[in-house]
Design a protein around this ligand. Structure first.
Ligand SMILES: [Fe+2]
Length: 265
């Protein structure tokens, strides 16, 4: 069984800056990596780190270099898809040595992990918050699905193909979830879809396929579905996730701003 650590929505800014004028996202990531490192043996063994987008907040080279150096402290292979805050070419420069990173074009990839096909899809449309899957990505997906022969498949992308009811995030969701569902129809077995973007844990479905979203390492959005809900972020809870690829497909949210303990009952 393969096990992945999912880290999402890091929103790193250049050293000394604050994301949205408030969040020390480099410091938050540093503490997150410290926490994860200290717990890696307990949670593991983990084969790779899956980063589901919004690595950078500002798209700067400095932010990607900083994110890369922090992620590398885990000493694990990295799998990366871009989010709406990312700049594809700056990201590619910092992560260009990864075996899954295409030298040009969309950042779509496919890798086999212990008999499971893991597919990364690029939903970034630079200049807008909402995401869209392009025909090239659907081709990568379709080819990988056909080659998987109905074996286990994990699909990772930034924008989840579901609506959480948090209006300002639904407004910048995945534009063509229906097209994704249509491509997935070539399979009879369910696909597991993991995403980020919504900075919190939401579990849903796209037809017969499961969809789950990860917490962010830096901020969260309140579950406020009212029409006049304030638009903005909360400073927590923050977290990451562990994906157990296997018969049970356990996806475990791992809080990063957790309490102390354990204490005896
Ligand atoms: Fe984000």
């Amino acid at each position: 069984m393969a096990r992945l650590l999912q880290i999402s929505d890091l929103h790193i800014v250049a050293p000394g800056a604050l994301a949205s004028g408030r969040l020390d996202t480099p410091g938050l990531l540093r503490r997150a990596i410290d926490t994860i490192s200290a717990r890696l043996d307990a949670m593991g063994p983990i084969e790779a780190v899956l980063v589901t987008g919004d690595i950078s907040d500002d798209g700067s080279s400095a932010s990607y270099d900083l994110a890369r150096s922090e992620l590398d402290r885990l000493g694990l292979p990295l799998l990366v898809v871009p989010g709406n805050h990312d700049c594809r070419e700056t990201l590619r420069r910092a992560f260009g040595d990864l075996p899954t990173m295409p030298p040009t074009g969309l950042i779509d990839w496919r890798v086999d992990m212990d008999g499971t096909t893991v597919i990364g899809l690029d939903t970034l449309v630079e200049g807008q918050g909402g995401g869209r899957l392009r025909p090239e990505s659907f081709s990568v997906l379709a080819n990988a699905l056909d080659a998987s022969d109905d074996g286990p498949v994990l699909v990772a992308l930034h924008h989840p193909p579901l609506r959480t009811g948090i209006r300002f995030m639904d407004a910048i969701g995945l534009e063509n979830s229906d097209e994704l569902a249509a491509v997935l129809e070539r399979r009879t077995a369910p696909v597991r879809i993991v995403a980020g973007h919504v900075h919190g844990v939401h579990h849903g479905a796209l037809g017969p396929h499961t969809v789950v979203t990860a917490p962010s390492t830096c901020s969260a959005f309140a579950l406020d579905r009212r029409e006049d809900a304030p638009i903005g972020f909360m400073t927590g809870p923050t977290g990451c996730a562990v994906i157990d690829i296997g018969p049970d497909w356990v996806w475990t949210a791992v809080p990063l701003d957790h309490g102390t303990g354990p204490f005896k009952f």
